[in-house]
Design a protein around this ligand. Structure first.
Ligand code: FAD
Length: 296
């Protein structure tokens, strides 16, 4: 199908984009990479009268690294962030997760910030936003505001963004040098949305196999309504890497914690119970990977 008629706005500055969004209000939608919005328009599941295309606003196309964050502007493509060596060096979990987002063609157009604004709990980057305690930079006609990732997602495909607001950038929080990360997911075909996925961050005390876990956290894909973090610290704190990786039973407490912490939906692809077991198993493997591989 083709979309219902709409008016295309192509602002050149952020102020112009916000002014246009403010004028069109609930009749408008932001157009970023279009990889989620255009299919929805084509199927006529949404029929906005105005599209505010932000792709010509040069200021939104930047990745900035600070001591505390990797700041990603609203039009930065998944593929650009994935290939960004400086971002990878300071926050490897971005690339670890991004290589699982759809196919290269979609990553070439789709934006990381758009995926977070879209707030699909089957998307990888909303879960990375909560895992890294990201800060959402929101711009609108009433000025700018910042919202923590933990408070940003309100429900499936729902966020705190008002119709006239733009998610200008997302600041992903950097971990300390002692934190290791990994991202794993299982999909029916590579590039499909995951049946279940997990990103983990493990804070270690010491070096090598004798290093001891101080803290561990995990955020999930496709098994929770909204992206959430499960704190795994009580199951692993104080254990050395060698004891953690001694065998599958060493991480049983982690699996129990995960299974208790999620209640996945069933659909045509998998039962709730299968998804729950998959998430627990992926968490076990991701923790092992994060603590044993140089580039997890
Ligand atoms: C076949 C296919 C497979 C896919 N597989 C995956 C996958 O495995 N994992 C995954 O995570 N994603 C997947 N995607 C989605 C892809 O990652 C999208 O690019 C992403 O979800 C949305 O980003 P976008 O820039 O394309 O946003 P758009 O499609 O332009 O917009 C999506 C929504 O977010 C709003 N929006 C976008 N940017 C902003 C902003 N800055 N401020 C306010 N609102 C905004 C729009 O108004 C719209 O409602 C897939 C898409 C397709 C078509």
């Amino acid at each position: 199908m083709k979309p219902a008629p709409f008016r295309h706005h192509a602002p050149l500055t952020l102020d112009e984009a916000i002014a246009t969004l403010s004028e069109v209000g609930h009749d408008g939608k932001v157009l970023a990479g279009g990889q989620s919005l255009i299919p929805v328009l084509n199927m006529r599941l949404a029929q906005p009268a105005h599209l505010v295309d932000i792709n010509r606003v040069a200021a939104l196309d930047t990745v900035t690294i600070t001591d505390t964050h990797v700041r990603v502007g609203a039009t930065v493509r998944h593929a650009v962030l994935q290939k960004h060596d400086e971002a990878y060096a300071v926050l490897p979990v971005l690339r670890q997760a991004l290589r699982n987002v759809a196919h290269p063609a979609i990553r070439n157009r789709g934006t990381t910030v758009g995926s977070i604004a879209h707030a699909d709990a089957a998307g990888e980057m909303p879960s990375i936003a909560v895992l890294t305690d990201a800060v959402m930079e929101i711009a609108g006609p009433r000025g700018r505001r910042e919202v923590a990732a933990a408070d940003f997602f309100e429900g499936p495909l729902q966020t705190v963004l008002e119709a006239d607001e733009l998610l200008e950038a997302v600041r992903f929080g950097r971990f300390g040098a002692s934190t290791r990360t990994a991202f794993l997911e299982s999909a029916r075909r590579h590039g499909d949305y995951a049946l279940a996925g997990v990103g983990v961050a493990v804070d270690l005390d010491g070096q090598g196999r004798d290093a001891v876990v101080r803290r561990a956290r995990a955020a999930y894909v496709s098994v929770t309504d909204i992206p959430v973090v499960i704190d795994l610290t009580e199951a692993v704190a104080g254990q050395s890497i060698s004891s953690l990786t001694a065998g599958p039973s060493a991480l049983e407490a982690v699996e129990e914690l995960v299974q208790a912490g999620i209640a996945p939906e069933a659909d045509i692809h998998a039962t709730s119970e299968y998804r729950r077991m998959l998430a627990a198993e992926l968490t076990r493997r991701a923790l092992t990977l994060a603590t044993t591989e140089e580039d997890a």
